[in-house]
Design a protein around this ligand. Structure first.
Ligand code: HEC
Length: 387
């Protein structure tokens, strides 16, 4: 019997936490070298999660192997305390060693870099995305192309064609791994440079990473009509009647961003959502984001030009993931607006979101969408581990 996706996710999460705890423990004992402002990972390898994801049978083997290791440790402790039983305890240990379906340990680890577990100081915000865009145009576009597909003007002259930054590549690596590669460059098997090391500072590289993730999201939406990988709400300061606050402080509520200045009557407050107007006009909503960076960052995420933004709406779930896009001129919400999905199943039918609200809120298709984003939370993977 193989493990289901929830069990595999839980196992991956546990492995990731154990790996991180090990790193912090090494740091507490002074066994790591600080670099780029954070403690370094002292090994050349890390656990490889992809393998467990692609071959579910391996998760079961790994679980059994972990249980076996635990039992062996217990037998060792017993033998230490209980000298006379050592003979038969050794026998039990031998049988356990022989019957355990050990996984192939070489496949459970993959090469990594010293900054593997470094965290971006940005937390994906609108300012860093826009700063990253400027840096990308100056330093990366000539090879990776204006749209990140690897077709820049210098690409044909390189020994290796640059990969597209819009596919799954960015999500297969940990943030710290991408950071290291951009900072220190890449070589092929013969030690020949394939991508040059970057002269940029640490903060600038984290900004670039926010930008390439935003660009990849927009390209995915343009080409497939959906976000292949989940996108968080870019953080920014907003002004509300009660004062200023950060968008990230609204986690726990469903958030709606309304890009003002579009055609039609405009949005009104909706009890099911916390609404924020994006643009110079508050459009009658309680909160407004008038930052110069939020609109360009959202244009990137949506894969549209900034002048095409007015009239768009975005809805994020309670965990801060953008899930729904309303396009200019859309009078009604429909399931097609759900651009970040976790399954292809139909909307679950159950009671309205809130029976009291149901009497005051029109049946506009939004109820069904909300029910779905609430019942199907996003699972995001980075380097194969849940985040
Ligand atoms: C001279 C051309 C060139 C420039 C300039 C360049 N790259 Fe690259 N980049 C490449 C090539 C070629 C590869 C593939 C290298 C390989 O796999 O060995 C690559 C790979 C990458 C990867 C994938 C790394 C991985 O983990 O596989 C990322 C991300 C990336 N580049 C981002 C950037 C960013 C950001 C910049 C701007 C600071 C940049 N590149 C500048 C040519 C370039």
């Amino acid at each position: 019997m193989n493990l289901g996706p929830d069990a595999i996710n839980a196992l991956l999460w546990l492995l990731h936490q154990a790996q991180q705890a090990g790193w912090q423990w090494l740091d507490a004992w002074g066994l790591t070298q600080p670099l780029h402002g954070q403690p370094g990972w002292p090994f050349a390898h890390r656990l490889a999660a992809e393998y467990l994801l692609t071959e579910p049978g391996q998760s079961r083997r790994l679980l059994l192997a972990l249980a076996s290791l635990l039992l062996l440790a217990l037998l060792g402790a017993l033998a230490w305390r209980w000298r006379r039983a050592r003979g038969w305890l050794a026998g039990v240990a031998l049988v356990l060693l022989l019957v355990t379906p050990w996984p192939d340990w070489r496949l459970l680890v993959r090469p990594t870099v010293p900054t593997a577990f470094h965290q971006s100081p940005n937390g994906f915000n609108a300012t860093s995305i826009v700063r990253g865009q400027r840096l990308y145009l100056a330093h990366c576009q000539r090879c990776h192309g204006a749209d990140g597909r690897g077709e820049g003007p210098d690409a044909p002259g390189l020994t290796m064609w640059p990969p597209t930054l819009n596919g799954s590549l960015l999500w297969k690596r940990l943030d710290g791994e991408l950071f290291w590669r951009i900072r220190h460059g890449l070589q092929d098997r013969h030690g020949q440079s394939t991508m040059p090391a970057s002269p940029l500072g640490d903060q600038q590289i984290w900004d670039l990473l926010d930008f390439v993730r935003a660009q990849a999201a927009g390209q995915s939406l343009r080409q497939t009509g959906g976000w292949m990988h989940p996108v968080p709400v870019p953080d920014v300061t907003i002004d509300c009647q009660q004062g200023s606050r950060r968008l990230s402080s609204l986690r726990g509520q469903r958030l709606r961003l309304v890009l003002t200045g579009g055609p039609g009557p405009g949005a009104t407050e909706d009890p099911r959502l916390f609404s924020v107007a994006v643009g110079q006009d508050a459009a009658g909503l309680d909160c407004q984001a008038d930052s110069e960076e939020l609109a360009p960052a959202l244009a990137l995420l949506l894969g549209v030009q900034p002048q095409e933004l007015p009239g768009h709406q975005l809805i994020a779930d309670k965990f801060g993931w953008l899930r729904v896009r309303g396009q200019p001129g859309d009078a009604q919400w429909s399931e097609d607006d759900l651009v970040c999905r976790t399954s292809g199943q139909p909307v679950p039918m159950s009671n309205p979101i809130n029976p009291v609200q149901a009497q005051t809120v029109p049946a506009d298709g939004l109820d069904a969408i909300i029910r779905r984003i609430d019942s199907e939370p996003v699972r995001s993977q980075r380097g194969g581990f849940p985040h």
